[in-house]
Design a protein around this ligand. Structure first.
Ligand SMILES: Nc1ncnc2c1ncn2[C@@H]1O[C@H](COP(=O)(O)OP(=O)(O)OP(=O)(O)O)[C@@H](O)[C@H]1O
Length: 583
């Protein structure tokens, strides 16, 4: 990101808060000013001690000044801190709003842990830059200018000497500051790697343990932590260089002013008092210059964070109302699906997955998609749901191109059960109503019975309120599948997409589910990626796919007779994976 873009992005986050930051800065300045008035009041107090005047009023004024000064300063500090938190909140809200709307290909290209760290850790770094550094820059800048003007009034030559040294500091800063930014960005990237590595480990925790990979994964996470430490230390080192160059500059200017000023006093160019006053101003300069350096280094830290935040904000999202169609009247009854010469590749750099897929499915009824692994069956579902856009041809639902649907309306018509039947951390109830927010108790009960979950819920001490653990870890594989099916049914879909699990269900369960699906397919269009003979024999129509093309469409009996690949599949793969009770 260019410096201009970084500045604009940071300013965008700061802008809504600019008046409140100005107020906070004003309070801080007033607090500081009352601090300056205290020595004056103290002087008056001491003066009165010498005479016989009463000191009560001065004491009262002094006390009031102390109390007022402290109060105003702390209110100012509170306002600034609060605003800093609001800046972080606003950045998080925007990011969160976008992340959960990302297009699927963007998520598949990213690491979830990395995306998460942008919301949690990078936004935190915005805190200081948008408030503290602005206040430091403004108050430091103003005091700096005022001191320089006063110095100029004292002696232009000595000012020239001082400015010469300050320009040198500026040069050092120009070298150091980008290094602070770079080190901070690397440190943040390493923090993201920690999240990514942990997410990977927790995502497959059983496999991790079973593979005895704890040591290796721990080493990987530790390496990332050490990387973060290294870059954090590097950033600290450059910040220390920045600070020490300020200290050094002041010392050098002090010596230079002392030397050159001394010579000027000796030659009679300036009186001694001017030299003394100038030196005092030089010491006054320490504070504003330090503030300016602080502001600049904070800005570098913030700009490293904002670069990562902006990159996440630029990832492509999908809008629920995307597409041009009018969805005023949601259609009723079973949906129809058609593919017209659909070509598709997941990414431009990957080979084509669909090389012209065509089929037509009237509703209702069950259609099974079969074919060797990698034939492109699951991809059909991804295109119907419009997780991905076809690169050629048309995908039609209800005779209408999916690109003309709004994604919200399109997906509202569909119930989708993924192959690995994801269950989310939370209660059983939350999992069921995940796709159907307003489902009634009766609907939930009905769907539990249909998916064969009623007895499980009865057995559980907390019933529907039972927590199912991370990814449903407290449920069996079969139970997870049934929960996923119940969830999809509760959505009352007009089109049910079922990516059958390759793993075995026990015979009783499989029969029960088969009945549910058969029953649903009487009213709803059901598409199943089938791995079991029991499913295909039940299907009204079978679409045989091979290497990104549709090879044949027909009934089980017809295909067994006519299509050699299907015959082979039916004889080997299906038979091997069909459970005895279901045949
Ligand atoms: N998200 C993705 N990004 C890139 N390539 C993908 C993605 N998903 C699938 N593929 C590739 O696309 C091809 C078709 O995959 P698809 O999942 O549609 O096959 P399938 O017929 O459903 O296979 P299976 O029966 O094994 O589930 C495969 O070669 C796969 O490697």
């Amino acid at each position: 990101m260019s410096a201009g873009e970084t500045w604009r992005a940071l300013y965008r986050h700061f802008r809504p808060h600019r008046s409140i930051v100005a107020l906070g800065a004003l309070f801080t300045l007033i607090g500081a000013a009352t601090g300056l008035a205290q020595p004056l009041a103290a002087k008056a107090l001491v003066d009165r001690l010498g005479s016989d005047e009463s000191i009560t009023s001065v004491l009262l004024v002094l006390t009031a000044l102390v109390v007022l000064g402290t109060a105003i300063e702390s209110v100012g500090a509170y306002i600034l801190e609060r605003t800093a938190e609001s800046v972080v909140l606003a950045a998080r809200r925007t990011l969160i709003g976008r992340l959960l709307r990302l297009r699927l290909p963007e998520v598949e290209r990213s690491q979830p842990g990395d995306l998460m760290s942008r919301v949690t850790s990078d936004t935190t770094l915005l805190r200081a830059v948008t408030t503290q550094s602005v206040v430091s820059a403004v108050s430091g800048g103003l005091t700096f200018l005022a001191t320089i003007v006063l110095m100029g009034l004292m002696d232009a030559v000595l000012l020239g000497v001082t400015l010469g040294v300050i320009v040198l500091v500026g040069g050092v800063m120009a070298l150091v500051l980008p290094r602070i930014a770079r080190a901070t960005e690397r440190a943040q990237e390493a923090v993201a790697t920690i999240s990514t590595a942990l997410e990977r480990a927790f995502g497959a925790f059983r496999t991790l343990k079973a593979s005895g990979a704890e040591e290796r994964e721990t080493a990987a996470v530790r390496a990332a932590a050490e990387e973060a430490w290294r870059h954090g230390v590097r950033s600290a080192k450059w910040q220390a260089v920045a600070w020490s160059s300020v200290g050094l500059a002041i010392q050098v200017s002090f010596l230079a002013v002392l030397g050159i000023g001394g010579a000027r006093v000796a030659s009679g160019a300036i009186p001694v008092s001017t030299l003394v006053a100038f030196l005092l101003f030089l010491f006054y300069l320490i504070d504003p210059v330090s503030k300016l350096v602080e502001a600049a280094s904070q800005y570098q830290v913030g700009s490293a964070a904002i670069a990562r935040i902006v990159r996440a904000e630029r990832l492509e999202t999908e809008e629920p109302a995307a597409g041009g169609g009018t969805d005023a009247e949601p259609a009723a009854g079973p949906a129809t699906v058609a593919f017209e010469d659909v070509r598709f590749r997941y990414r431009p750099d990957l080979p084509e997955v669909h090389h012209g897929v065509s089929f037509e499915i009237p509703g209702p009824g069950m259609t099974a998609f079969v074919g060797p692994s990698g034939a492109g069956k699951t991809t059909v579902f991804g295109l119907i749901e419009r997780f991905y856009e076809a690169t050629g041809g048309r995908v039609l639902v209800d005779g209408r191109d999916v690109r003309d649907w709004s994604t919200a309306a399109l997906r509202a018509a569909i119930g989708y059960v993924e192959q690995d039947a994801p269950v989310l951390a939370g209660t059983l109830r939350e999992n069921l109503v995940f796709a159907a927010d307003g489902a009634t108790e009766e609907e939930i009960r009905d769907v539990l019975v249909r998916a064969g979950l009623a007895s499980l819920v009865e057995r559980l001490p907390d019933g529907l309120e039972t927590l199912v653990g991370h990814r449903g870890s407290q449920l069996s594989g079969g139970e997870r599948q049934r929960v996923a099916i119940a969830r999809a049914l509760l959505r009352r879909p007009r089109l049910l997409l079922l990516d059958e699990a390759t793993s075995q269900l026990d015979a009783v369960n499989e029969l029960a589910l088969r009945d549910v699906v058969a029953q649903v397919s009487r009213e709803v269009t059901v598409l199943v990626v089938a791995h079991r003979l029991s499913t295909v024999t039940l299907a009204d129509r079978i679409v045989v796919m091979d290497a990104g093309r549709v090879r044949a469409v027909g009934t089980h009996e017809a295909l067994v007779a006519e299509d050699p690949l299907y015959g082979e599949l039916a004889a080997t793969q299906f038979l091997a994976s069909a459970s005895p009770g279901a045949r």
